[in-house]
Ligand binder design. Structure first.
Ligand code: FES
Length: 110
């Protein structure tokens, strides 16, 4: 297993997993389309370490970028990837201002 440090987390890549699969399993926000190194959608900044490509990628990448869909780390790596954030949900009862009694006014009529 290989350690992967991301922008706000750390996890171990499982045997046979690509870096993209590991990022998905650990709830990181990742873009992808082809999952095969063609489109470049998964392009990610590599901060430290190095990766090995399972097949030669065709998408253009800068010197400090990697394509997680088709690579595995050579050793511990650090990349820029953030965890997905759940949309904030109101606590039960805060969602609606529930009125528990009815007010018919105070003009004396019943
Ligand atoms: S998803 Fe297309 S290059 Fe990675």
């Amino acid at each position: 297993m290989t350690s992967v440090i991301t922008t706000d987390s750390r996890f171990e890549l499982l045997e046979g997993e690509t870096l993209l699969e590991g990022l998905e399993r650990t709830s990181h926000e990742v873009e992808y389309q082809c999952r095969a190194g063609y489109c470049g959608s998964c392009r990610t900044h590599l901060v430290n370490g190095s990766v090995r490509y399972l097949s030669e990628p065709l998408a253009y990448i800068a010197k400090d970028e990697i394509l997680p869909c088709c690579c595995v780390p050579d050793g511990p790596v650090q990349i820029e990837a953030c965890l997905m954030h759940e949309p904030e949900q109101p606590l039960l009862g805060e969602e609606f201002n529930i009125q528990t009694s009815l007010d018919f006014g105070t003009d004396g009529r019943k």
